[in-house]
Design a protein around this ligand. Structure first.
Ligand code: UFG
Length: 325
């Protein structure tokens, strides 16, 4: 099977590529290098191209006979999505439609989509099942919900079969220490707390301690990137075997507060982490925890690295490496 990995040199895509090294699949990458690093291509063929350039995307897809496309490329910063909604509509929605249009014309009908728990917004119940209605509370979440809706239309119109994988909070780094999370600017909690531990940052800002949670800080479902990658393998194999579109939460079904993350980081790094309490950040739900029964039952997915200790330890190894670079 020949697979195109779009956004393959970013955080999650690069872990996927490393997993593909253990298989016989034929892999190629398409990435605009806007946030990923080309060294992450790991000797796979890399087309440097933006999905906005539909003509070039069409040309590549028409020449290469892919059986399946995995789509990781997206803008993911919630705060930025308020400031620059056009960028989010363009990168996340229009560019995905460009890709789907090319696939439709070329009859490539298998697609794995990186969706997000952000489609649920402030959940009506915890844990959140896949049947929870869409209610995004920020423009980033809107774009992921828009694409999920579009996927249903494409299934109707051209028999596209897809897996839509709703990530909760992706985190951690590869166990072998070679790759990890690197966003510019970094906005995610775990890498930022670790930057304080390594001395690259003076303190961590906590965005609100007056939420209706146990300690007043937001609760999230942190899931290790290597477990996310394994979910993609299983989802892809299931899609090929059953030819049936499905939606899955990828989460750990356990929630940790911002303060618990800071506490675990202190224990692992043995460094004190100064904090400053700030006002709430716009677009942050109080709690997001996945119900992961569907993926564990249907795909036999079994997260191996998503305990908080492994998450923070692997991310810490990676941060120490980033610091000396
Ligand atoms: N936080 C802080 N201080 C920081 C950074 C984050 O207090 O410096 C808090 C946030 O307010 C939030 C929690 O830590 O409560 C986690 O924040 P992240 O920015 O790490 O992650 P988000 O939960 O905002 O978003 C992530 C992904 C989204 C995805 C979402 C789904 O970035 O793409 O998880 O759960 F939609």
């Amino acid at each position: 099977m020949k697979i195109l990995v779009v956004g393959g040199v970013g955080y999650i895509g690069s872990h996927m590529l490393k997993r593909f090294k253990e298989t016989n699949y034929e892999i190629e990458i398409l990435d605009n290098l806007s946030s990923g690093q080309k060294e992450n291509a790991q000797n796979y063929k890399l087309y440097v191209c933006d999905l906005l350039d539909k003509q070039t995307v069409y040309k590549i897809l028409s020449e290469q006979n892919y059986d399946l496309v995995m789509h990781f490329a997206a803008s993911i910063n919630v705060e930025e999505s308020y400031k620059n909604p056009k960028k989010y509509q363009q990168n996340n929605v229009i560019n995905t439609i460009n890709l789907l249009e090319c696939m439709k014309d070329l009859k490539i009908n298998k697609f794995i989509f990186s969706s997000s728990a952000a489609v649920y917004g402030e959940p009506e119940h915890i844990p959140v099942t896949e049947l929870h209605p869409f209610n995004p509370v920020n423009p980033y979440g809107d774009t992921k919900a828009e694409v999920e809706n579009a996927l249903k239309s494409y299934e109707e119109s051209c028999d596209l079969k897809y897996m839509s994988l709703r990530y909760f909070n992706a985190c951690g780094a590869h166990l072998d220490g070679s790759i990890g999370e690197m966003h510019k600017p970094e906005t995610h909690l775990i890498p930022l707390v670790l930057q304080v531990a390594s001395g690259r940052k003076k303190h961590i800002e906590i965005f609100g301690d007056d939420y209706p949670t146990q300690d007043g800080t937001c609760v999230r479902d942190y899931v290790h990137v290597m477990d996310i990658v394994e979910a993609h393998m299983l989802a892809m194999e299931n899609l090929v075997n059953t030819n049936k579109s499905q939606v899955f939460n990828i989460g750990n079904s356990k929630g940790f507060s911002v303060k618990q993350i800071i506490q675990m980081t202190k224990e692992i790094t043995k460094v004190d982490i100064p904090v400053k309490i700030l006002a709430r950040r716009k677009g942050d739900p109080a709690q997001l925890i996945a119900d992961n029964k569907k993926i564990t039952n249907i795909l036999n997915w079994n997260p191996k690295y998503s305990d908080l200790e492994t998450i923070v330890k692997t991310a810490w190894n990676w941060e120490k490496k980033l610091k000396i670079q």
